[in-house]
Design a binder for this molecule. Sequence first.
Ligand code: PMP
Length: 432
Amino acid sequence: MHEPSVKDDDAVEAFLLARRQRLLGASYRLFYRRPFHPVRGEGVWLFDRHGTAHLDAYNNVACVGHCHPKVVEAIATQAATLNTHTRYLHETILDCAERLIDSLPAPLEQLVFTCSGSEANDLALRMARAFTGGEGLIVTELAYHGVTQAIAEASPSLGSKVKLGTRVRTVPAPVNRGDGAAAMGARFADGVQAAIDDLAAHGIRPAALLLDSIFSSDGIVTDPVGFLAPAVETIRRAGGLYIADEVQAGLGRTGVLWGFPRHGVRADLVTLGKPLGNGHPVAGVVGRRDVMDHFGETARYFNTFGGNPVACAAALAVQSVIAEEDLVAQAAAVGADLHAALRQLAATTSRLGAVRGSGLLAGVEVLDADGAPDAALAQALVDGLRERQVLISATGPQANVLKIRPPLVFTRMHVERLCEVLEETLSDALDE
Ligand code: PMP
């Protein structure tokens, strides 16, 4: 079907919306009351069809910036040379695996490539079940880990109509009550122990505790560092593995390269995805050699597109750019400015509460006049920012936490712009 020659924005939008609904169906969701239609990206900017620049403060996938020329070139060059799969020998696949493994702490020694974070979590779960002989999986109450059958059943943030698996148990996400990492960690670990006990009462041994290292869909919980340690000890004592889901946290987001080592814990399996290819599909599981050996003895694994030479060229280029442009340090420094600026703004109004997160990841609570979570105002801010060409989103159990998670190439200038526009949008929203 050809797009009609309509000039009017509303008509183009209505046409695309109807076409999308007809072709893609009901399971897809769009961001924003007035959907956004970008046609080009560059660095932290997304441009609409009129060439108007929108500041991207949300897309963590394009971690080194939209359409980074080095990543584009690496993909194009490899695609023009050879694109096969992991059943042939190929240096780029090994270089990419080696670089990732070397960047992760012991005892993580081997990597299996997948196409998506969901597949990585699904595979990690299979590995943990095979290794431990247990079946139980523990996740947080509002976790999101992906879309396969096994992982959707362990992603309660998909809503109550997606039933939890019979072998899945949830624990309340960690809550910072200001009493320190040890007390926060102990409370969280009590929840993990209760889940283990409930599994046992149903005759199920635990295979794994699977945690997003930044608890993104639970409303963003990153600090104080160290709170993860008691929960990890608890699952290990019960014979289960700790799987660190680094799909969100990985590759510099929090101002350090990986999220879980911030908490001083070791992971048995780590899952990677999202930012790894800067938009090209590449993901994987990094794990202990004994866990991977055990899995490999019982099952073979082949993923047609996972870790193909083009995917690995993209992931290698992303890692090179992060190193060359010192983006982890930039995420830490600019992130510190972002948090300071957001806290300063929150101090001027009772409608913004706690500011959580680390590095270029920030969650800002939005409150009503009585100090209760205000999802409607959060949504009004997200939509209002979009109308002022700044893109963010909202998250959390009450959908009242502004989620700010820009490409790592975000600078102080962008922080200033974001905070100015947020202040203006809030003041307008409260005037209405
Ligand atoms: N884990 C986490 C923490 C995620 O945020 C996501 C994606 N939002 C996934 C896993 C699934 O990744 P993918 O969409 O690549 O399957």
